[in-house]
Design a protein around this ligand. Structure first.
Ligand code: HPA
Length: 278
């Protein structure tokens, strides 16, 4: 499904609704919406109110922007996201990132739910994404932007080291790994999981890489965390449902919420913005 996003119109609408300009944005994945409750002076805008946006159809994804203060920092949370498996085009998936960038966001933190491929990753584990494999074979970028965009550092080394250091200080176990994105909506076969493992994936999910692609093309620093909600389906003996994924995200998401509550104000104040080719 396509949308006709008029970026200037959508941005002007958001500026009229939001009391202040955010500098950091956090995308909250399946079952990971708890951070919304930590915001002070919050204002919510549902995606379907924004001109050119479409509704979000997945259980566990509210589909709204929530802005507010977190430890003194102005943050734009995105509770829920669009996915290719909902039938949405890359243009629709990119729209919230484009609008956040136009509102002044310079750092993006993406969160998502994943299946664990690497043997030692179990449900409830938190993984800092070092790199990704885009196995959706799609791109969010119009042709002219793709020519100029390069992906040497999809996930910003400085933001990653701030996150690692903070996790150690807070005593929050944080694994590291490579995220493989697939189209879904079916979970993977055993053969697909073996293939993803061979090409270097530690976890598998159905989001994030298209959003990171557009954010990097716009010169925004990115960071991403995965919550392992299940062993990848090819490695399981029991059936997996989206409800299981949302439930594990909700139960184990508190550690990620605690980490983000400390991390976001640091990203907003200590880490200066940088364009892509700096
Ligand atoms: N595969 C793909 N996406 C997912 C999974 C999975 O096993 N778990 C949560 N999101």
């Amino acid at each position: 499904m396509n949308s006709s996003l008029d970026l200037a119109l959508a941005t002007a609408f958001m500026q009229a609704r939001l009391p202040r300009s955010p500098s950091v944005s956090v995308v909250l994945g399946s079952g990971l919406g708890q951070l919304v409750d930590a915001l002070d002076d919050s204002v919510s805008v549902s995606f379907d109110e924004v001109p050119g946006f479409v509704p979000c159809s997945v259980e566990g994804h509210l589909g709204q922007f929530v802005t507010g203060r977190l430890g003194g920092a102005e943050v734009l949370l995105q509770s829920g996201r669009y996915h290719s498996y909902e039938g949405y085009s890359a243009e629709v998936i990119a729209a919230p990132v484009r609008v956040a960038a136009a509102l002044g966001v310079r750092s993006f933190v993406f969160t998502n739910a994943v299946g664990g491929i690497r043997e030692n990753l179990v449900p409830g584990d938190l993984v800092l994404i070092d790199d990704h494999i885009n196995a959706t074979f799609q791109s969010c970028l119009p042709r002219f932007e793709s020519c100029m965009s390069e992906m040497r550092f999809p996930y910003d080394p400085m933001l990653r080291s701030v996150a690692k250091e903070l996790a150690v200080r807070m005593d929050i176990p944080l694994a590291r790994g490579t995220y493989a994105a697939v189209l879904g909506p079916a979970y993977e076969t055993a053969a697909e999981i073996r293939a993803l493992e061979v090409i270097g994936a530690d976890v598998v999910g159905m989001s994030t890489v298209l959003e990171v692609g557009i954010a990097r093309a716009l010169g925004i620093r990115c960071l991403a965390f995965s919550m392992v909600t299940n062993k990848a389906t090819g490695l399981r003996t029991s059936k997996l449902s989206h409800k299981d994924v949302v439930e594990v995200g909700q139960q184990a998401g508190w550690r990620l919420t605690a980490l983000l509550t400390e991390l976001i104000p640091r990203l907003a104040t200590e880490v200066s913005p940088r364009r892509q080719n700096d």
